[in-house]
Design a protein around this ligand. Structure first.
Ligand SMILES: Cc1cc2nc3c(=O)[nH]c(=O)nc-3n(C[C@H](O)[C@H](O)[C@H](O)COP(=O)(O)OP(=O)(O)OC[C@H]3O[C@@H](n4cnc5c(N)ncnc54)[C@H](O)[C@@H]3O)c2cc1C
Length: 409
């Protein structure tokens, strides 16, 4: 079934049972479930000119399939989630590998036995690996904090090496921090993998959609009960009503085309934008992507190279290594992490999660709690980082809940 696209000005809102804001996995999975299992007529409002949220991919001028909002690799341990996405596309078996560029020498990330041999030489690495196995056991992931806590100077040396050469500069670039500002609790979680397994993820199910993510979303949203309005910002078509005129007044209704919308409204955009940033903008990091195309079959030794000690971009990705596309050209993409300063021109990618920002977010969230048909969902609306599989799981859970409530009514 082909995707039903409609101009918002032509929408008869009384013809819809549910409104979903955003067409990433959060919005698209919920829309599909309500439409298919609940027989509900669902209207999706999407402010971008395309579906698929941050998973959107397209062919560039050289004919290479590129991810426009950062490289996305599907991985999960959740069988329900994997079975779900398998309904909408074939999958290419794919295992992600990341190398750190350490002054021109490549070593696997997460730091493992193979990295140790590159960093310390075979003889010393053999000694350190044996010590790690004796203390922690083989095939285990340990944090650099656990290494330091052993009070063994040689294991502390491994921890310091990983901190300085794999973690620190990358993290500074990613979050725009000085070394002093790097959060010790994050440092504590940096892993060392006592293994020869060079894969970046160890999940049971891993892969890439065989025709790309956009094609997957076209199938997911291709349902007779789903209509999509592109280039439609919810903030510009929602008319918010509040319980009173105070700054902290809670929502009492959302009107769409002059009438309060009574059905479920699943909102997957940023909450501060919905309320025009009335308590100040929620802080995020944004990304700039720089693409380079070469007349070569491959440019990188693996799909993603992290620049952990040099360069001012964080990482570089070669798309053909993700998608298994064959071509005598190749496109790579460098990621530059920046402060998020202009919601009109930039995209919020990573919520900056700390106590202060969580409290800031909760102030916005409290405005919505009075409206039982309003359901914030997803990485933006919940001000969290979620992988795709987790978002699909949450969207399925919310759909179950909404459909159960409807069945009871
Ligand atoms: C750089 C990067 C790389 C990532 N790589 C991976 C990976 O390899 N593997 C993995 O599992 N996860 C990855 N993720 C996480 C993944 O992107 C998220 O799990 C996923 O995007 C969450 O889906 P979502 O629907 O919540 O949000 P999104 O995909 O962001 O979708 C939200 C949608 O809502 C729309 N929207 C927002 N506001 C409005 C509004 N006011 N009106 C109308 N529409 C609106 C947006 O345009 C967007 O289309 C990555 C994230 C980033 C930032």
């Amino acid at each position: 079934m082909t995707l039903r696209i409609c101009d918002f000005k032509d929408v008869d809102i009384s013809a819809f049972d549910a409104v979903v804001v955003g067409s990433g996995f959060a919005g698209a999975v919920t829309a599909r479930e309500l439409a298919e299992r609940g027989g509900m007529r669902v209207l999706i409002l999407e402010k971008r000119p395309h579906i698929g949220g941050n998973m959107y991919d397209e062919y560039d001028e050289a004919g290479i399939l590129v991810h426009r909002y950062g490289p996305h690799i599907f991985h999960t341990n959740d069988q329900r989630v994997f079975n779900y996405v398998r309904r909408f596309t074939g999958w290419i078996a794919y295992q992600h590998h990341v190398l750190a560029d350490w002054y021109g020498t490549y070593m696997p990330v997460p730091f493992n036995k193979n990295s140790m041999e590159i960093a310390f030489g075979e003889e010393k690495a053999a000694h350190l690996i044996q010590k790690l196995i004796d203390v922690f056991g083989d095939e285990r992931k340990v944090t650099i904090n656990e290494l330091r806590e052993t009070d063994d100077p040689e294991l502390a040396e491994v921890a310091d090496f990983v901190y300085q050469n794999v973690f620190l500069y990358y993290t500074q670039k990613q979050w725009g921090l000085t070394p002093e500002e790097v959060d010790p609790s994050v440092t504590a979680r940096v892993p060392v993998f006592i293994s020869r397994d060079d894969r970046y993820f160890q999940d049971a199910y891993q892969g890439m959609p065989s025709l790309g993510y956009t094609a997957l979303f076209e199938e997911l949203l291709g349902h007779e009960n789903i209509t999509v309005c592109l280039d439609t910002d919810a903030a510009s078509v929602f008319d918010l009503e509040f319980q009173d005129g105070s700054e902290d007044a809670k929502l009492s209704a959302i009107k769409i085309k002059d009438a309060p919308f009574e059905g479920p409204i699943v909102y997957t955009g940023p909450l501060d934008e919905l309320f025009c940033g009335r308590f100040g903008r929620l802080p995020y990091r944004t990304l700039d992507f720089v693409y380079e195309t070469y007349d070569e079959e491959y440019k990188l030794p693996c799909a993603t190279v992290n620049c952990t000690v040099t360069e001012d971009y964080t990482r570089v990705t070669e798309f053909k290594r993700l998608t298994a596309q064959k071509s005598d050209k190749t496109t790579i993409m460098k990621e530059y992490s920046r402060a998020y300063e202009d919601p009109d021109a930039q995209i919020p990618y990573y919520a900056i999660i700390n106590d202060e920002n969580n409290a800031h977010y909760q102030r916005y969230r409290a405005l919505t709690e009075s409206l039982p048909n309003f359901h914030p969902l997803g990485r933006l609306a919940e001000y969290r980082y979620y992988n795709m599989d987790k978002i699909i799981e949450l969207a399925l859970a919310l759909s179950d809940e909404l459909l159960a409530t409807r069945a009871d009514a």
